[in-house]
Design a protein around this ligand. Structure first.
Ligand code: XBP
Ligand code: MG
Length: 235
């Protein structure tokens, strides 16, 4: 029997549907700003999501679709510049209130706080995106509700590597069996499982076709999650 001491949330696709109408247009705005005629439509972006991390995604795209750009001597600096511009656009979009939380998220977080279950975040996205989203879509200052926020380049190997979950578990000083990871994608699920965590998966349009074998539960949304019922022997 393992009792639940902490919830560890993924961000993109889990807290909110941020990819199609948040990150994607922000990437496109950054490309246009830098004179690149790249446009990531909804379908292409769905494929590119297999590459986690915005800088990694830009580099992957350049290597496959724009080899002349990938071969530029300043490619590292260009990727960094594009990504910084993309982050600024994304934060702006989030601050305008364009990305509401998914159903059940706010209630689940409130219930965890009420019942003394600790909160953490393990995400591939950049830290400034996380605080902007929490501020605008959950509550101002709500990043402070999360004891540990593992984000972006804090570990070099991004999901599906387990490193970000291990980093968060280490800082929570909790064994994996006392925590539950909440994810939306196969990459996230693989990362959580490889860190020894139970993982509740809540898919979205982009991840509905992913392979979720190994998930503790797969739920369409988090409206009916009962935290009191999670102290179960399964792992
Ligand atoms: C999803 C990601 C991120 C975002 C873009 O992260 O792979 O790269 O798509 O954000 P998660 P950045 O589901 O782990 O939250 O451009 O800041 O990387
Ligand atoms: Mg995700």
């Amino acid at each position: 029997m393992s009792t639940l001491h902490a919830l560890i949330f993924d961000v993109d696709g889990t807290l909110a549907d941020t990819e199609r109408d948040g990150h994607r247009p922000a990437f496109n705005a950054a490309f246009a700003e830098h004179g690149l005629d790249w446009h990531w439509d909804e379908a292409l972006y769905g494929e590119l999501l297999a590459i986690t991390g915005g800088k990694e995604r830009i580099r992957h795209y350049a290597e496959r679709h724009a080899p002349e750009v990938a071969a530029r001597p300043d490619i590292d600096a260009l990727v960094k510049k594009l990504h910084a511009a993309k982050t600024a656009h994304y934060v702006q979009l989030v601050e305008l209130g364009g990305l509401p939380l998914r159903p059940g998220i706010a209630r689940l977080i409130a219930e965890a706080r009420r019942t003394g279950i600790r909160l953490a975040i393990a995400t591939t996205t950049s830290p400034e995106n996380v605080s902007a989203l929490l501020d605008a879509s959950l509550a101002p200052g709500s990043a402070d509700w999360f004891e540990v926020i593992g984000a972006g380049d804090i570990v070099p190997a991004k999901k599906p590597a387990p490193d970000i979950y291990r980093w968060v578990l280490d800082r929570l000083a909790l064994p994996a069996e006392n925590c539950l990871a909440i994810e939306d994608s196969a990459n996230g699920l693989r990362a959580a499982r490889a860190a020894g965590l139970r993982c509740l998966v809540t898919p979205n349009d982009y991840t509905a076709g992913d392979d979720f074998s190994g998930a503790w539960r797969v739920m369409a949304d988090l409206q009916d999650v009962d935290l009191a019922a999670i102290a179960v022997p399964e792992i």
